[in-house]
Ligand binder design. Structure first.
Ligand SMILES: *Cc1c(COP(=O)(O)O)cnc(C)c1O
Length: 379
């Protein structure tokens, strides 16, 4: 145990890596999350054993499906791989010729994937790239700031393979149809509905509302190893599983990821010891009070825009008082011995959000000192 933790500490010095305080949330560019020890043990156990992989995939899928009360489930390598394979599965179905020749075949099958325009986002990579990888063609519905059920409905035609709904804080939230409305159209026209819920916390609601395939990122809310989860209707998930013989191969998940995510899901739903939004508020309150005592800075609690139980500290920097813009401050926070990463989506408006889920109170003190030094011009 001690030699193990020694090795972990050593990677920073061994490879000369920068230390990070992650106040940005579940960010892929920072390593997403840190799984619980039980998950780490399961990963390590999995690495040391052999399995019939098909058996492992089927049985863990059944186990997860039972836990979540869904028809079927499969662990994949990440949510992006889940999107690509969901699209491929719904285009290819059981056609083995297409399975082996998805991109080169000119066989006619429906390939259009209707996506609300405000959902066609860049989550770190573009949604559209994942759809293309799965052999689909993106057809955008509605406008950047509006998508009504009829915008989707008017695009449905014999070439439509599926509707893709992206449930995410990355998306435009205003004037977008709801999942229930998307389900309604999908069912009326007998077209499958895929929901990308990569960073969402509820592993059941989108399936229960009637989505055919729902995709989650394994390392975000669930805090599993690098992996993804696809849950859904029996047949649709079987088509996703078939992709391991096609486009799924270069995105395969290992035995350790399959076992680790299965364990993480079990812990996530049975022993939800994740911090509540109210606990986050308690943790960040002294930090906010300290910041409000500084000239040119105001800080307050804001709640997650996508409706999740996450509270964050929003800091507004007054450039006319401080003499530095929020964008410059964001850059300076990443420099020095410890890099501090904020949610910087609103930096152009002079604001950043501090996500405290992966930050301790002691680290919040470091973040405060660093901000103070930067605005007071101390190196
Ligand atoms: C993070 C994210 C993804 C990608 O998840 P990975 O597991 O990193 O592939 C896809 N869609 C949305 C909306 C996301 O937030």
């Amino acid at each position: 145990m001690s030699s193990e933790s020694q090795t972990e500490k050593d990677v920073y010095s061994k490879y000369n890596l920068k230390k990070v305080i992650n106040a940005s949330g579940r960010m892929t560019i920072l390593g997403v999350s840190t799984p619980r020890p039980e998950v780490v043990d399961t990963v390590s156990h999995g690495l040391n054993e052999y399995f019939e992989i098909k058996d492992l995939v089927d049985k863990t899928g059944q186990y997860i499906a039972k836990l979540l009360n869904v028809e079927n489930a499969v662990v994949v390598s990440c949510a992006s791989a889940g999107i690509a394979q969901a699209v491929a599965g719904l285009i290819i179905k059981d056609d083995h010729d297409l399975l082996f020749n998805l991109h080169s075949s000119d066989k006619y099958v429906p390939r259009e994937i209707i996506v609300p325009k405000g959902h066609n986002v860049n989550f770190g990579a573009p949604i559209g790239t994942m759809v293309s990888l799965g052999g689909g063609i993106v057809v955008e519905a509605g406008y950047a700031n509006e998508c009504k059920p009829e915008h989707i409905e008017s695009l449905i035609n014999p070439d439509t393979a599926a509707i893709l709904y992206v449930k995410s804080h990355h998306c435009v939230q205003k004037s977008m149809l709801s999942i229930a409305q998307a389900v309604c159209i999908a069912q009326k026209h007998k077209i499958p509905l895929i929901v990308d819920a990569a960073a969402e916390e509820d592993l059941q609601t989108y399936y229960q509302q009637g989505a055919d395939l729902v995709i989650y990122s394994g390392a975000k809310a669930i805090e599993g190893p690098t992996s993804g989860l696809v849950v859904g209707r029996q047949q649709a998930v079987e088509w996703v599983k078939l992709q391991s013989q096609g486009i799924g191969r270069p995105m395969k998940v290992g035995k350790e990821g399959i076992l680790g995510l299965t364990k993480a899901i079990e812990l996530y739903i049975t022993d939800k010891k994740t911090e509540t939004g109210q606990q986050m508020v308690t943790k960040m309150t002294p930090f906010i009070e300290n910041l409000n005592a500084l000239d040119g800075i105001s800080a307050r609690v804001v709640w997650d825009g996508a409706g999740r139980d996450i509270a964050r500290a929003e800091i507004t920097f007054d450039a006319s008082v401080i003499g530095k813009s929020a964008i410059e401050i964001v850059d300076l926070m990443k420099k020095g011995e410890i890099a501090v990463y904020f949610r910087e989506y609103k930096a152009n408006e002079g604001k950043v959000d501090v996500d405290v889920r992966s930050v301790t109170s002691a680290q919040l003190d470091i973040v405060y000192s660093k901000i103070k030094n930067i605005i007071q011009g101390i190196k």
